[in-house]
Design a protein around this ligand. Structure first.
Ligand code: PDD
Length: 286
């Protein structure tokens, strides 16, 4: 089936969607984005994603071209044009600063943002992730200092992810000054002394929607949670490590830098929270 995209007010086949080369998104990576899961045709945590989009836009000093009503309408139409609730989908939304007359670093006075959205079928979580878990490596976080902005300028994330993927790992877990920040495209959790620990929100990490939900579910499961620094050393000694994102949900990391994490199997705390996630993701639909 051809995927239908949305580009600046028009629905068209994704393969035919084009933007001019003078779009600042293309020249400078000057734009922000969101990735949102859709379960059975219903958008998961839509409001939280639209709030974060607004915060990213404010951070890069770009006005939001649409109000929430228009975003919701656009997303709903896009979902229905791409098969509705037949399959779970993932939505990509992007706002770039649009076209300018010439390439110049300074921000234009009256930008005309370019809006792109498309969907793709959500990949099913592979059985091996549930039964075996995934492998990750630790790498120095060499990204910029505003990782809380969901910027489309992802070259550093791409390079870090590639280093992990090339060696057969699922994710790169990043550290800065000896402290864990996040994954190349996920947030990181670990179980230390029966407490679920994740780095506190700061400008060094993306404030993940799945991270927030995972903390909520852990509390429901009776697991104590803490948002604080994690040294690379304590990550290595953790009993469980998890990564979370809108596309992965929550994955158990059972190998870190080619050594087993805890027992080397997906842990019981992960199992409890993952099972709540599966039950509740369809209740939280908007
Ligand atoms: N990435 N940290 C980074 C650097 C990310 O890129 C992502 C998600 C997350 C998790 O955020 P959330 O739970 O809101 O998806 C954390 C998306 C999925 C992507 O770039 O495709």
């Amino acid at each position: 089936m051809t995927t239908t995209a949305y580009l600046n007010g028009q629905f068209l086949p994704l393969s035919e969607a084009r933007v001019p080369v003078l779009d600042r998104g293309y020249l400078f990576g000057d734009g922000v984005y969101e990735v949102i899961p859709v379960y059975a045709g219903k958008v998961f945590k839509l409001e939280a994603h639209l709030d974060r989009l607004q915060r990213s836009l404010e951070a890069i000093r770009l006005h939001n071209p649409y109000d929430n009503h228009r975003w919701i309408e656009c997303i709903r139409q896009l979902i229905s044009l791409n098969g509705g609730g037949k399959t779970d989908q993932t939505i990509y939304l992007q706002v770039s600063r649009g076209i300018t007359a010439k390439r110049a670093h300074g921000l234009p006075d009256n930008p005309s943002p370019s809006v792109l959205a498309f969907t793709w079928p959500m990949a099913e979580v592979p059985e091996s992730v549930i039964s075996v878990g995934v492998s990750a490596i630790t790498l120095e976080d060499f990204r910029w200092h505003r990782c809380d902005i969901k910027s489309i300028a992802l070259l550093a994330n791409v390079m870090l992810a590639d280093e992990a993927l090339r060696d057969g790992h699922n994710e790169a877990i990043l550290h800065r000054n000896g402290k864990i920040t996040e994954g190349a495209s996920s947030n990181v959790f670990c179980m230390i002394d029966n407490i679920l620990v994740t780095p506190a929100r700061s400008e060094m990490i993306l404030h993940g929607i799945t991270r927030e939900f995972t903390l909520e579910l852990a509390s429901q499961a009776g697991i104590r949670t803490e948002e604080r620094d994690i040294s690379t050393e304590s990550l290595r000694n953790a009993d469980e490590i998890w990564i979370s994102s809108s596309t992965r949900e929550i994955y158990p990391v059972t190998m870190l830098d080619n050594a087993a994490v805890g027992t080397g199997k997906p842990g019981s705390n992960w199992r409890a929270v993952y099972s709540l996630y599966q039950q509740q993701k369809i209740l939280y639909m908007e």
